[in-house]
Design a protein around this ligand. Structure first.
Ligand code: FAD
Length: 374
C-alpha cells in the first residue's frame, strides 16, 4: 500500500484524489487543504454581480472525502521536503509519503506591500466575494478602484457595476493598470471589444497608472491623484504558495514550478494546476480550470503507473480556449479557434461552470440562480 499525499483540494487536487481513491488496494490517499471547503473560483464574481449564493460555490471537502473515500486533513501545508519525502503542516505533524502531488493553486500577490494587503480587498474565495458584496451594498464608498486590467479585474468591475445598477448606485468604477494596455497578451479585437463594453457599462480604464498609497478609505496614485471614500480591489497578480524548497527545482517569478512532460518535479513528486508550469509547444499553459482538471487526472494516472512499474504517460495538453465573462452578458473569447462575442460565450461559460460544479444539488442551485429563481 503506497501513501499518496495531495496538497490542496481545488480542481486539480480533487480530480487526482477521486481517481486515486478508486485504487484502494494499492493506495492510501490523504488530501490536505487549509480550508474546509473547495471553492468554485470562476463563479466568485457572480456572488457580487448576480447574487449567486456562496452555498452553491463552496463544497465541503469532508463530505466529498467520505463519498469518494479518501482521507482529509484540514491544515495548512508549510513545506514539502522531496529528499525525505515528507510533508510538514502547520499543526506540527509531519507525514511521510510515497508519492506527493502539489495542487495548492495560486493566491493574490500583494508583492510584500503590507499596506495594500491590510486595506485592499481580494477575491480568493467565497468569503472574500461576500466581503466585497457587503461593501458595495453598504453605500459607504464613492469610488471602486480595481487594480489590474486582467481577466479577474474586468470580471469584478463588471460584476460591481451590475450590482450597483440593481440598487441604484451611480458610483465610479475605475480599472487601474500599470501597463500601457489592459489584457496585454490578448488579440487586438478582444481588447477593443472589452474596452467598448466597459465604456458601455460606464467603467473607466486608467492605464500607465500606479497605485502608490492605500489607507483606510483613501487611495492615491503615483501621479498625485487621490480618491476619498474609495474601495480598492487588488487583482494585480497571483503567486503560488511557497512550499517546495529544493535547489533542483525551477520556478518562474510567480512561483509556478516547471514540470517535465509527465508532470513530475522530482522522483516521487508531481505538480499540477496553477502551481505547475507546463510547457505547450513554444510557450507554457496559462492558469485555467481545464488544465487543472486534466493535469490532476494525468498525475493520478502516473502515480498508479509508477506504483505498478509501468511507463509513465506524457501529458498532452488540449486547449479548448478561454472566455472573458462580463456581467452585462456581452462576453468574448476564443473557443476551439473561433472568435466569439456577446451572449453565446456568456452562455458557454455558464454551461461549462454548471457542468464542472460538484454534485446535483449545486448544479441545480446554480442553474436556478442564473435564471433568477430564488
Ligand atoms: C475570480 C476568479 C475567476 C476565475 N475565472 C476562471 C474562468 O472563468 N475560467 C478558468 O478556466 N479559470 C478561471 N479562474 C482560474 C481557475 O479558477 C484556476 O486556474 C483553478 O482554480 C486552479 O485550480 P487548482 O486546482 O490549481 O487550484 P485551486 O482551485 O486554487 O485550489 C487550490 C487549493 O489548495 C489549497 N491550498 C493552497 N495553499 C495551501 C496550503 N499551503 N496548504 C493546504 N492547502 C492549500 C486552497 O485552499 C485550495 O483549496 C479564475 C480564478 C479566479 C480567482
Amino acid at each position: 500500500m503506497k501513501r499518496v499525499v495531495i496538497t490542496g483540494c481545488g480542481f486539480a487536487g480533487m480530480t487526482a484524489a477521486r481517481i486515486l481513491a478508486r485504487y484502494r488496494e494499492e493506495t492510501q490517499v490523504i488530501v490536505i487543504d487549509k480550508n474546509v471547503d473547495m471553492n468554485f473560483l470562476p463563479l466568485l464574481p457572480d456572488i457580487i454581480g448576480r447574487g449567486f449564493s456562496p452555498f452553491f460555490l463552496a463544497f465541503p471537502i469532508r463530505e466529498i472525502s467520505k463519498k469518494y473515500r479518501f482521507s482529509f486533513i484540514q491544515d495548512e501545508v508549510k513545506s514539502i521536503d522531496m529528499q525525505r519525502k515528507l510533508v510538514a503542516f502547520l499543526g506540527g505533524k509531519d507525514i511521510f509519503y510515497d508519492y506527493a502531488i502539489l495542487t495548492c493553486g495560486s493566491e493574490t500577490n500583494f508583492y510584500g506591500n503590507a499596506e495594500i494587503q491590510t486595506h485592499a480587498f481580494k477575491l480568493d474565495d467565497t468569503r472574500d466575494a461576500l466581503k466585497i458584496l457587503r461593501s458595495v451594498e453598504s453605500g459607504v464608498f464613492n469610488t471602486f478602484l480595481i487594480s489590474g486590467g486582467g481577466y479577474t479585474g474586468i470580471e469584478i468591475a463588471t460584476a460591481i457595476r451590475r450590482k450597483l445598477d440593481t440598487i441604484g448606485g451611480k458610483q465610479r468604477i475605475i480599472i487601474v493598470e500599470r501597463a500601457p494596455l489592459i489584457l496585454g497578451a490578448l488579440p487586438e479585437w478582444m481588447r477593443t471589444y472589452v474596452l467598448r463594453n466597459l465604456k458601455l457599462m460606464n467603467i473607466e480604464v486608467l492605464t500607465d497608472t500606479v497605485i502608490d498609497k492605500v489607507e483606510s478609505g483613501r487611495v492615491s496614485f503615483s501621479g498625485g491623484a487621490s480618491f476619498e471614500k474609495a474601495m480598492l480591489v487588488w487583482t494585480a497578480g497571483v503567486k503560488i504558495p511557497d512550499i517546495v524548497h529544493d535547489g533542483k527545482i525551477n520556478k518562474n517569478p510567480q512561483g509556478r514550478i516547471y514540470t517535465d512532460e509527465y508532470l513530475r518535479i522530482g522522483d516521487h513528486c508531481f505538480a499540477t494546476g496553477d502551481a505547475a508550469l507546463v510547457s505547450s509547444g513554444s510557450s507554457f499553459l496559462r492558469m485555467g480550470v481545464q488544465f487543472s482538471l486534466y493535469e490532476g487526472a494525468c498525475a493520478a494516472d502516473n502515480v498508479i503507473r509508477s506504483i505498478r512499474g509501468r511507463k509513465l504517460r506524457k501529458y498532452t495538453p488540449y486547449d479548448l480556449g478561454y472566455i472573458i465573462p462580463m456581467a452585462n452578458n456581452r462576453s468574448c473569447g476564443s473557443i476551439m479557434g473561433m472568435c466569439l462575442k456577446g451572449r453565446l460565450p456568456t452562455f458557454l461559460h455558464y454551461c461549462m461552470c454548471i457542468y464542472r460544479s460538484v454534485g446535483l444539488k449545486n448544479k441545480l442551485g446554480l442553474f436556478k440562480s442564473l435564471l433568477g429563481w430564488k
